[in-house]
Design a protein around this ligand. Structure first.
Ligand code: URA
Length: 166
């Protein structure tokens, strides 16, 4: 299976109910040889419109913060634990996460990043693949809204930038 196969499968996916209320699937984007992979919860409305992950407010904030610490968005792979948006942006239900996980597991196995960065609580459910480091950090939407969370987020990105340099 290739990353392109996953894109096609996500676009046609009917394994849970979310496709019914979404415009399109958002499989993820980035280079196949990315050293770092980011995993969020699921696409929001901007992502649903464009088919691209993390392009709304939280995404712009993430991209800008990464750039400040020398991490280029074009060099990382960005995806979500669930590939379709949800009604009113609710948290995905456990059965939706379970149905979608095989895509993420395949993406991690194909890309084999050095580090998988889990953004926020939902992403923590990402299964651990051998030989890959996992790094849990604050979700950029929380970092955007709360000063304390923003400080923590920036400290975590600093640590991540250090880790991927070596
Ligand atoms: N929040 C997420 O968790 N994922 C996205 O793609 C956008 C916002």
């Amino acid at each position: 299976m290739s990353l392109e196969d996953i894109v096609l499968q996500v676009q046609e996916c009917r394994k849970c109910r979310l496709w019914q209320t979404a415009t399109q699937g958002v499989p993820g984007e980035g280079p196949i040889d990315a050293k770092v992979m980011f995993v969020g919860q699921n696409p929001g409305s901007e992502e649903d419109k464009t088919g691209r992950p993390f392009v709304g407010r939280a995404g712009k904030f993430l991209t800008k913060t990464l750039a400040e610490f020398g991490i280029k968005r074009e060099e990382v792979y960005i995806t979500n634990i669930v590939k379709h948006t949800s009604p009113e942006n609710r948290k995905p239900y456990p059965d939706e996460v379970a149905a979608c996980l095989p895509y993420l597991i395949q993406q991690i196995k194909i890309i084999k990043p050095k580090v998988v960065v889990l953004l926020g609580a939902s992403a923590k459910e990402t299964p651990r693949v051998d030989g890959v480091k996992y790094f849990e950090i604050v979700h950029p939407s929380a970092a955007m809204r709360f000063t304390k969370m923003r400080e923590k987020f920036r400290a975590q990105i600093t640590e991540l930038a250090d880790q991927i340099k070596t």
